[in-house]
Design a protein around this ligand. Sequence first.
Ligand SMILES: *Cc1c(COP(=O)(O)O)cnc(C)c1O
Length: 385
Amino acid sequence: MDNAATTRVLPEVFKEIKLYLTEEFWNPSSTYESAGKTARKIAEAREKIAGAIGAKGKEIYFTSGGSESDNWAIKGVADALRSKGDHIITTAIEHHAVLHTCEYLEQHGFEVTYLPVDKKGFIDIKELEAAIRPTTVLISVMFANNEIGTLEPVSEIGEIAHRHGILFHTDAVQAFGHMPINVSEMNIDLLSASAHKINGPKGVGFLYIRSGVKITNLIHGGAQEKGRRAGTTNTAGIIGFGKAAEIALSRMEQRKEYESSLRNRLIDRVLTEIPYTTLNGDTEKRLSNNANFCFKFVDGESLLILLDQKGICASSGSACASGSIDPSHVLLALGLSYETAHGSLRLTISEDTTEDDIDYVVDSLKESVERLRKVSPLYKKMMEE
Ligand SMILES: *Cc1c(COP(=O)(O)O)cnc(C)c1O
């Protein structure tokens, strides 16, 4: 139940990865024929991935993953356009790969506007337009939020960016392969994606850079990726990514339908059977595999431990697990109190999830939430009043 964190490599994908790590282990930059075959396979993966977002193969640059793509897009554009302006617009609910990159740039003299979001996690298009300055060079807004699943109005954002002559980057790590994306129709200039969120391997992703966009290199070295991203080509990773993208694309509609029906069952059961519970995010404009709840009078971290004991792998959506006591910046941006945000739980399903799994999770949740509330002084006090 934690497929937003990472996903299982599919057997068909693993088969390719294994082949290009062992028998076909060549460096595609070498000149002999064996290496040439691998190079052609890389070119095929590039075309497949480009086709998945309505781009051209030469606009796809492979990277080490979503984090590198986000770093490159933002630092690269900021640097390349510094003489034009030093202002960037993003949102308060971005992944840390975007947020921390923007904070880094602020320390180096750039100005960043972090747009607020409403209770469901949507930015306000009018606020976005009002935030634009003559010095704005980049707008970076995520396609789909990784914690609450909210889908931002990407097409409208792209339209506004282009009307003002500003570049538009979107972190589409949670959306790529899960829903239709077209960079031309949506006015997207730069787009980040990652293989391991779509049943591909970890450590590989891409940055789409529209032809003509000015961007400085992030990784300097050899001439790989048309001289824009150095480092010996991650052949197995890229070919595995290509395969995973091909599969994701071929099953997109049926998968969306399957996952959203399970997700709806999960949401409906939790909200009706567990009192003092709310759903974070929107019901319609939401990732088909995401559910995120707040359970009042419950500590999210304790809930995770109880669920883990029942064999359920989930995420609290708070940063507590990684050693911080602050709850998720996304939930706080929705306007939730620290207390409510601490009682959050993110459940993200996959094609492997069954209806029985959902029912087991809901039953386990009911039991665990009840158990934690029994020992909550706040809950006891409320019941007495
Ligand atoms: C997972 C994720 C990332 C980071 O991608 P990696 O490939 O793990 O570096 C960035 N943004 C979002 C929205 C994500 O979900």
